[in-house]
Design a protein around this ligand. Structure first.
Ligand SMILES: [Zn+2]
Ligand SMILES: [Zn+2]
Length: 480
């Protein structure tokens, strides 16, 4: 419908009605019209803007039927609990791209062990809209989301779960491997000499084919490298890059601190907004020093209580358009660390945007590069930058790369994390919390780190104490 044209960034009411007057009333139509020159012919449009709107329309189409990892997590937990508690045993498991923890999910796939498909349908019909049922598989709709449930006998569960988890390339590799070893594959089952082969677990199936176990998060290519001691949630000891009521969060520093302690962390590193982010109540220089005073008071209280919990004073410092940082050096030097981020001027040319960020991370006061690409998943594509050049600059300058754990961001993209690890970069998995419940997103950042094959040693906030954490960052040139 014409309303979906508003999903295209840069299209307001005036432009949408101009398009509509020219019979362009859907995203698909917009793309075709851009290709055959009809858009640039409309008053107020140009060939340049037609290209831009086409790219944005393609992004909107790709986003339409997908969900973020946090929504997928909620729906998945709901159905797994629902089915397991109804049948009073652990029979429902995640599969597909959600099990691989891809940053956005289309269909949500489940695999059900040892339950006849008609029994599952009879139970689920009160909770979902049944779309169809075929070959032991139920397709259903839940609040506009597409779900699939595959029912499998427990004796053949291992092989079926491998195939159902994917991805496509990994599945192809498995099928080719099975064939080369004299197996036949039929309907999610493995046969040898026309007899069904039992595989009650994935490990059992992989052992048969003499293949290593790969965690689901890493199964995005045909032959992922097995990685020892991949990072786990329990390895993370500090919460870095957090906001408070000093800028745009709803909790004050004391509330954030108690919530961090309650969750078993050892240190909390604050990072409220800097002055140029005035819309987020960014801190003027006077307020930076006032905040330092409050943090010193809270530290004194902690010490009096005999607590060794660490509280660090940092700021999320805006990267200015020319690549300078938002405060003079003496203000930066008064902090424990910084997160440097781009919050405005997303539309610079690729070369300018890249230079801007490289200049910022070359600053000795830039500890961590925040949400590098600026993407908002399913809402805003990354701005144009040369991520490889920026990775090189981070490696050279010892700037830590943030894995922003917010499910809207998950930025840096995990595909680039793999490259950055190869270059020797270090990372920080940061909640960017604006309320105490915001700490709970760390798990999503962790999933990205696991997809990239990171180990605890690659991630600076696995350090056990605040002092150990700081020791891995650039040392500020002088301290006031
Ligand atoms: Zn930010
Ligand atoms: Zn932030």
């Amino acid at each position: 419908s014409v309303r979906e044209l508003f999903l295209v960034s840069g299209l307001g009411a005036k432009k949408v009605s101009a398009l509509w007057a020219n019979d362009i009333d859907s995203l698909e139509e917009l793309i075709m019209a851009a290709d055959d020159g009809r858009i640039e012919a409309i008053k107020g449009f140009s060939s340049k803007s037609a290209i831009k709107f086409k790219a944005s329309a393609e992004f909107a189409i790709n986003s339409k039927n997908r969900m973020r990892l946090d929504e997928a997590w909620e729906i998945s937990e709901y159905f797994i609990d629902l089915i397991n508690s109804k049948f009073n045993k652990e029979i429902a498991f995640e599969a597909g791209s959600f099990r691989r923890k891809l940053e956005t999910i289309g269909d949500l796939d489940f695999i059900i062990k040892d339950l006849a498909i008609n029994e599952l349908v009879r139970f689920l019909q009160d909770f979902v809209e049944i779309v169809k049922e075929e070959d032991n598989r139920l397709f259903a709709n839940f609040n506009g989301r597409e779900l699939s449930f595959l029912s499998v006998d427990k004796d053949y569960f291992g092989w079926a779960w491998l195939l159902e988890t994917g991805n496509g390339d990994y599945r192809e590799m498995l099928l080719a491997r099975a064939q080369s070893q004299g197996y036949r594959v039929k309907d999610w089952q493995l046969l040898k000499d026309s007899k069904l082969v039992k595989t009650t677990s994935e490990q059992e199936a992989l052992d048969l084919l003499d293949l290593p176990y790969i965690i689901p998060e890493r199964r995005e290519i045909a032959k992922p490298k097995p990685i020892e001691n991949i990072i786990e949630l329990k390895d993370i000891h500090g919460l870095v890059h957090n906001h408070s009521t000093w800028s745009d969060a709803v909790a004050n520093i004391r509330e954030m601190l108690i919530a961090a302690q309650d969750r078993g962390y050892n240190y909390l590193a604050m990072a409220d907004h800097s002055k140029t982010s005035y819309y987020a109540n960014g801190l003027s220089i006077v307020r930076v020093y006032a905040q330092a005073k409050e943090i010193a008071e809270i530290r004194a209280e902690l010490k009096k209580q005999g607590s060794d919990f660490g509280l660090l004073h940092g700021i999320e410092v805006d990267i200015m358009t020319d690549g300078s940082l938002d405060y003079p050096d003496e203000v930066l030097a008064s902090l424990d660390y910084t997160v440097v981020s781009v919050h405005q001027n997303f539309t610079l040319s690729k070369a300018k945007q890249t230079d801007r960020i490289i200049k910022a991370i070359s600053n000795p006061y830039a500890s961590i590069l925040g949400h590098l690409s600026g993407r908002l998943l399913l809402r805003r594509p990354p701005y144009e930058i040369d991520q490889d050049a920026i990775i090189d600059a981070c490696a050279q300058t010892g700037t830590i790369i943030e894995i922003n754990a917010h499910p809207a961001r998950l930025d840096m993209d995990w595909r680039y994390l793999i490259k950055a690890k190869e270059k020797g970069c270090k990372f920080s998995i940061n909640p960017d919390a604006h309320e105490t419940s915001g700490f709970d997103v760390v798990k999503f950042g962790l999933m990205m780190a696991r997809k990239a094959g990171l180990q605890a040693g690659d991630v600076v906030n696995t350090a056990p104490t605040a002092t150990n954490f700081l020791a891995q960052l650039k040392e500020f040139p002088f301290k006031l």
